[in-house]
Write a protein that binds this ligand. Structure first.
Ligand code: WT7
Length: 656
């Protein structure tokens, strides 16, 4: 199966409007209604968000000003006081939703648990008191390194409740990656579990935390809280480590939500860029709450009869915004799943949908492609008739996978929302509103109301129809990242200085290339920087290169992406060796494991190619474009005249 190419996308003319029945019952019922909202928001974005903030959320104190924009720094709902845990929990307790399922958890192997809003509220309050008892205060940073269990959501909401800043680190990251993130974020406490289930095995999480904290490597960490999940023996360091269940039992369930300033930091989440170490993306409270609330409501079209399931991990922004905060703020039922698709359980997603009657299902193209490969007999053997709406996120979806999703999973009746956004944007930016906008397979379609997206050249001039360019956002939006943690300058450089319009206005540059067709539909083509998208996860080529050169055998490394049927892209590393080292299968294996140890399994190179030299320009820049061609087994295209030594290229070619 191929990734979308410009040619295939331009040929894609199929249009899939929602059924009349879907539209009638939808939150936003027609193209006219969408257009009206879009126009209204465009004409006066501040008035648009002002009204929604008033009608949709609880505030302890109203704001003085909707937006304070000192480019590129934005403040939303200035001086407003709010607490997102209050909006996700307390306000539902005075309604019939008190006893509605908030979280339905499907664990491994066959475990399950349901928490109503009242139960979740109680757990969160107790755990907030546990955090307080360990000295966690407003503004303190808390690392969360957890499997997909309800306690992960409880931990996040408890932090938010007392004004602590959570920094969730995906449980698949290595001890080294965890350590870097805890140091950068100055975590005072870490919340983890003894272990978690990954595929069919137990993986230790606490041992990774121990390793990350070894020899006082993270001096800011005073305490570690450990959920007992997998029950194997773990080391508990006296005075530092505590069992979650022991402290939780003793804690009072009385913990009023702390009124937070709208601009107080809610969380830090690390993501890869094209240069340097992963950056801590900072999100704040009020704007993030409003934007994730509105996007969840209008895009996933949630009603009180819905059972909503997003298959992401809470370690990523999708889990933050669309498993925890957005759905709970709406009083919805959100499913959390600990498992993962795998050969030994090729029907696992469809079992969960059947078991709980999932109505709205949100997953990633890479998962869809994996299921296509496993065969349609698996979904066909389950009752998927409860589904009414499908979504995808993480990378461009190839039209073939879109059609399979539409037919085999959606029974040709469910609209598909292809949602484009990023860790930095906090919420979905370009997407169909499912009752209003007809889909085209492979297109994220139109911007959400209030989002002024455009496609431009480097000077900020708008591209014509079907002309490629850079995807930008021209006006601030409530859930935009506020800065890179501890590095305002990097924030400005990375996102606001690549595109320089002549009028001096600041535009947000997302790092993606895209085009817009004659109907105003956006087609996202993928990253234009040195960022790879492996199974919907972002990976900086430089991060993998740094991991490789930290191995004694490696002199130099250049990493590129190669198109892959399942993962979208696969990591290919070109490596030159130190002195006497010789390339071998063994060394290749060792280097792959080394990358896993340094970063985590998501970064494991699919291929290591040993070479005597890397193709460089006369000024010493590695010509990745050539390496990308070579990795993909294509003819080297474009200009090679700047190459310093042509024989390097010839040798690399021969080696393939
Ligand atoms: C990058 C952001 C935001 C959730 C998951 C990833 C790519 C994301 C789409 C889509 C085409 C997409 C972009 C973007 N991307 N969604 N629907 N169509 N590309 O978050 O790790 O911050 O990565 O993922 O390249 O820049 P992330």
């Amino acid at each position: 199966m191929s990734q979308p190419t410009i040619e295939s996308i331009l040929q894609e003319k199929r249009l899939f409007p929602p059924s009349a029945e879907f539209s009638q019952n939808a939150q936003i019922k027609s193209l006219e209604e969408y257009q009206h909202l879009y126009d209204k928001a465009k004409a006066d974005p501040e008035a648009f968000w002002d009204q929604l903030a008033k009608s949709e959320l609880h505030w302890f104190q109203k704001w003085d000003k909707v937006l304070d924009w000192q480019p590129p720094f934005a403040k939303w709902f200035v001086n407003g006081k709010i607490n997102i845990s209050y909006n996700c929990l307390d306000r539902h307790l005075t309604t019939w939703r008190k006893n509605k399922a908030a979280i339905i958890w499907e664990g491994e192997p066959g475990d399950s648990r349901t928490l109503t809003y009242a139960q979740l509220h109680r757990e969160v309050c107790q755990f907030a008191n546990v955090l307080k008892s360990l000295g966690v205060k407003k503004g303190d940073k808390v690392g969360v390194y957890m499997p997909m269990i309800p306690e992960a959501a409880v931990a996040m909401l408890a932090c938010a409740r007392i004004g602590a800043v959570h920094s969730v680190v995906f449980g698949g990251f290595s001890a080294e990656a965890l350590r870097d993130r805890l140091i950068d974020g100055q975590a005072k406490l870490v919340i983890t579990a003894d272990g978690g289930w990954r595929k069919d095995a137990i993986v230790g999480l606490k041992p990774q935390v121990d390793k990350a904290l070894e020899a006082g490597a993270v001096p800011s960490v005073e305490n570690v809280l450990v959920v007992q999940r997998t029950k194997q023996e773990v080391n508990m360091q006296e005075g530092r480590d505590h069992w979650w269940h022991e402290l939780q039992q003793k804690a009072s369930a009385d913990c009023p939500a702390e009124p937070m300033d709208s601009e107080d930091m809610l969380f830090i989440l690390y993501t890869s860029g094209s240069t340097g170490k992963p950056k801590g993306v900072v999100h704040s409270t009020g704007g993030y709450n409003l934007y994730t609330h509105m996007t969840t409501k209008w895009i996933f079209d949630l009603n009180d009869t819905d059972v909503y399931w997003c298959t992401a991990d809470v370690g990523w922004i999708t889990g933050h915004s669309y498993i925890v905060y957005g759905p709970l703020s709406n009083g919805a039922t959100t499913v959390m799943y600990e498992g993962a698709p795998r050969g030994s359980n090729p029907g696992c997603f469809w079992d969960v949908i059947e078991k709980y009657g999932v109505t709205v299902f949100y997953t990633a193209p890479t998962a869809i492609r994996a299921f296509i490969k496993m065969g349609e007999q698996h979904p066909n053997a389950r009752d998927l008739s409860s589904l009414r709406l499908l979504g995808t996120v993480g990378e461009p979806i190839n039209p073939e996978a879109w059609m399979w999703y539409h037919k085999v999973i959606g029974g040709e009746r469910c609209p598909i929302v292809d949602t484009w956004w990023q860790t930095e944007t906090g919420g979905i930016m370009i997407t169909p509103l499912p009752g209003a906008i007809a889909s085209k397979p492979g297109s994220a379609t139109r911007p959400f109301p209030g989002i002024l997206a455009d496609i431009v050249d480097l000077d900020g001039n708008p591209a014509g129809d079907n002309e490629g360019g850079y995807l930008v956002v021209k006006h601030p939006w409530p859930s935009m990242m506020r800065t890179v943690y501890g590095d305002d300058d990097r924030f400005r450089r990375t996102y606001w200085e690549h595109i320089a319009p002549k009028d001096g206005k600041y535009v947000y540059f997302a790092g993606d290339g895209a085009r817009r067709d004659e109907d105003g539909y956006f087609w996202v083509m993928g990253r234009v920087d040195d960022v790879l998208n492996v199974s919907g996860h972002r990976l900086g080529t430089m991060e993998v290169e740094s991991a490789l050169v930290s191995h004694p055998a490696v002199a130099e490394a250049a990493v590129v992406g190669k198109p892959d049927e399942l993962k979208g892209e696969e990591v290919v590393a070109f490596v030159t060796l130190e002195g006497t080292y010789q390339g071998s299968d063994e060394l290749s294996k060792e280097l792959k494991s080394h990358v896993v140890k340094e970063i985590g399994a998501i970064a494991r190179p699919g291929e290591i190619r040993f070479t005597d030299a890397l193709p460089k320009t006369r000024s010493g820049k590695i010509m990745r474009r050539l390496l990308r061609n070579l990795a993909a087994g294509q003819e080297v295209s474009g200009d090679t005249s700047t190459l310093e030594d042509r024989s390097v290229l010839d040798k690399l070619r021969e080696g393939t």
